[in-house]
Design a protein around this ligand. Structure first.
Ligand SMILES: [Zn+2]
Ligand SMILES: [Zn+2]
Length: 233
């Protein structure tokens, strides 16, 4: 393959996996410079919820008031521009190959955190009805890709208790109402003590909060969260 690589590159020039522009000598073979610059620096984000901040601050205004059930969040990028488009391709048009790209980028983010050793990766599950409509569960695919990168096993420790309406049209307050007690942890004799939840997006934090709460009520001591993108007001 090495001998044929130049010919292969000529016929199929490598493209950025996020924005699909052609790559011209970028070091990272799968990301263009522009997309690489959109990747969040953990030092510039709220320590609890991953919200991008001004340099001097450690927590965002929201986290001063809100007591989330998770202990920290990492996100690859804000939910805008090429990352937003790529996530939509991943979620709605079946571009499942993006799971490995996002998984790799998220694993890099997790490694930059001083979090305790995570024992299990847990995808935030879709309701079976939505799974049936979409045909795949993007958080599950993402967790599988991250499990390979981080060498940490994935496990489905959560279930949706009830069907929730889509969050996209709801206000922040309604999202909290909508997700209240939407999850339960599966019955298990020994729960891991530290878990990393995996989801595609973090907006108000309501979904992740109730998912983390269900795990903590079932005996998990610490829950962290990894999302592809952090939506910003
Ligand atoms: Zn790009
Ligand atoms: Zn925050």
């Amino acid at each position: 393959m090495d001998l044929l690589q130049p010919l292969f590159d000529l016929l199929f020039p490598p493209r950025c996996r996020i924005c699909r522009s052609f790559l011209r000598g970028e070091k990272e073979k799968f990301l263009c410079t522009r997309c690489a610059e959109l990747i969040l620096n953990p030092a510039d984000c709220c320590r609890y919820c991953g919200y991008p901040l001004d340099k001097e601050k450690k927590f965002c205004d929201f986290c001063v008031r809100q007591n989330f059930a998770f202990a920290g969040v990492c996100a690859v990028s804000r939910y805008h521009g090429p990352f937003k488009k790529a996530i939509q391709r991943f979620k709605y048009t079946g571009h499942l190959e993006l799971a490995s790209v996002f998984g790799k980028l998220l694993a890099q983010q997790v490694r930059q955190r001083n979090w305790p050793q995570v024992e299990v990766l847990v995808p935030i599950p879709l309701h079976p009805k939505k799974l049936w409509q979409r045909g795949y569960d993007q958080s599950q695919l993402l967790a599988e890709a991250m499990a390979q990168e981080l060498k940490i096993p994935g496990q489905n420790l959560l279930e949706r208790k009830r069907y929730t309406v889509s969050q996209t049209e709801l206000s922040a307050g309604e999202r909290w109402q909508n997700m209240n007690n939407a999850f339960t942890a599966v019955e298990k004799q020994a729960m891991p003590s530290c878990v990393l939840l995996v989801d595609d997006l973090l907006t108000t934090g309501a979904t992740a909060h109730f998912a983390a709460l269900a795990l903590r009520r079932a005996g998990v001591k610490e829950v962290y969260l990894a999302v592809i993108a952090r939506a910003v007001k």
